[in-house]
Design a protein around this ligand. Structure first.
Ligand SMILES: NC(=O)c1ccc[n+]([C@@H]2O[C@H](COP(=O)([O-])OP(=O)(O)OC[C@H]3O[C@@H](n4cnc5c(N)ncnc54)[C@H](O)[C@@H]3O)[C@@H](O)[C@H]2O)c1
Length: 224
């Protein structure tokens, strides 16, 4: 039987992942500091005895037994990750170090929730995986972009140096139930403005492009 650790499991994506893994009869240990996540996202799953919740900040080491780790802990939208940028970098970098250390000790398979932001402000559209990106190291988004890039570096070095079984997924804008209504991102803005009967805000000249993903499709890809 799988004993699965999910960090950031009380957030938008983490709560869907927790739901999916419990449905498949796994034991799930959900770890979160509830910075942007909430127990309300998991309320419907609480009666399940296979689910355990732990309040914990991933910037500190964690000693548990597990054979699979999904590392999702990190605020995802600019309003949230710019609120405390130093903590954002620590969450990505120290969080990755702590979770990789745990995976090394337990020989657990480990997945990192990375992001399309590793491409920064890309010159190539759409971005192929072999494109290395164009990232500002000192801007107000750097805490997120560079934190996630460093986490990817750590994952691949643990793979090369310690032969860990790693997976890194670069997630593009994902939407669906339980997304934050006020995170300032395009899908939530459009939906909230439409529900309130307000005009829908289009930034710039409206020619921007984004890749969107429905949450069930993303979770399916992560589990596979
Ligand atoms: N939603 C998207 O479109 C998207 C796109 C790209 C990448 N991602 C990545 O996916 C992951 C989940 O994103 P989300 O949209 O569910 O965001 P979210 O903000 O809803 O969830 C993040 C969770 O991590 C928790 N967290 C934050 N810092 C923590 C810490 N130091 N210790 C423990 N828990 C902590 C939060 O409380 C929250 O529950 C993030 O790593 C994010 O970078 C998401």
């Amino acid at each position: 039987m799988n004993k699965i650790l999910i960090t950031g499991g009380a957030g938008f994506l983490g709560s869907h992942l927790t739901e999916r893994l419990l449905k498949e009869d796994n034991d799930v240990l959900m770890v979160d500091n509830y910075f942007t996540g909430s127990k309300a996202n998991l309320e419907h799953l609480l009666p399940n005895p296979r689910l355990e919740l732990m309040r914990h900040d991933v910037t500190f080491p964690l000693y548990v037994e597990t054979n699979q780790i999904y590392n999702l802990a990190c605020p995802a939208s600019p309003v949230h990750y710019q609120y405390d940028p130093v903590q954002t970098t620590k969450t990505s970098v120290h969080g990755a170090i702590n979770m990789l250390g745990l995976a090394k000790r337990t020989r657990a398979r480990i997945l990192q929730a990375s992001t399309s932001e590793v491409y920064g402000d890309p010159e190539v559209h759409p971005q192929p995986e072999d494109y290395w990106g164009k990232v500002n190291p000192i801007g107000i988004r750097s805490c997120y972009d560079e934190g996630k890039r460093c986490a990817e570096t750590l994952f691949f070095d643990y793979y090369r140096q310690h032969k860990l079984d790693i997976k890194v997924v670069r997630i593009f804008n994902t939407y669906g139930p339980r997304m934050h209504p006020n995170d300032g991102r395009v899908v939530s803005n459009f939906i909230v403005q439409a529900l309130q009967g307000k005009d829908i805000t289009i930034y710039g000249d409206g020619q921007q492009t984004r890749s969107f993903c429905y949450v069930d499709d993303l979770i399916d890809a992560m589990v596979r």
